[in-house]
Design a protein around this ligand. Sequence first.
Ligand code: FM0
Length: 332
Amino acid sequence: MKATARANTNIALIKYWGKRDETLFLPMNSSLSITLDKFYTTTTVQFCKDLPSDIFLLNGCLAGETDTLKISIFLDRFRKMVGENLKAIVTSINKVPTAAGLASSASGFAALAAAAAKALRLNLDKQELSVLARQGSGSASRSIYGGFVEWQKGIKEDGTDSFAKPILSEQEWPLSVLSVLVESDQKIISSREGMKRTVETSPFYPGWLDTVDQDLTIAKEAIKLRNFEMLGKIVEANALKMHATMFGATPPIIYWKSGTLEVMQRIQKLRLEGIQVYFTIDAGPNVKVLCLPEDEQRVYETLTILPGVQHVFVCHPGSGIIYFPDTRESKC
Ligand code: FM0
């Protein structure tokens, strides 16, 4: 009753922003991401007899009540599927530095879903895993797969048609993704809260919904054609549009810092200098930069010396979930 899985984190190119169902984590719009190779979560789940409650160890430390409760609620879905109420020891190692400005919830819940399902011998396919991972954190639905991934929003009320599917493997288009750290403080408003407030109060949100499907169609076409300029333009526009919806919220949400603008402006200047380079920004101040591998060094060197930049992490498309062979079953 023990299994270990690893999932990489992902960065959205066309963003998931807004839920139509908060309990089931059903999105208002479909989204598209690249799974990255550098940042991941490895999780072991062991279901044990006679364990009074779930135990969650994160990076070697016993997690607090709130985080453990989130894990327990998530595992309840798996326990229900097998009709058993065994509690579990969950051991996670997070190689997603919060300082990298990348969310760990995507890799975290994807790895947990995969390990829990395998530990219970549920024999789920990736689609089913994606549906389950989604219910821990929406973006986790995409981390099941490697490379370029689309999360189809689905239309059913029960969420069974809201899952991710792969569109291009990590080997098929080796782009460079630079994660540019401008601020390492924890964000004040979570994505969850930010998207909720935007849906409820922003007069610009309908504009987002009116156009995001078209953005996705253009991005998918660009990927099919391996047209980097076409992809970069729509990715950048989509991120700016998402942030514009937040500027219109009440109270407004501004995740950007001065370093964020410094990086954005330097990227625009690099384009004038003839380099194909584009940015995207999630619900935080850090910037993710897309470029072609042959320009990676030049872009890295340009951004790393900016006064507002603390660190630049160089990433590439990475794999979907992987499983590790069962180690010795420890008694519990
Ligand atoms: O990843 O409330 O998945 O598509 O990163 O846990 O479902 O943390 F830029 C924002 C991710 C939001 C876009 O939200 O929210 C994206 C974002 P949850 P997530």
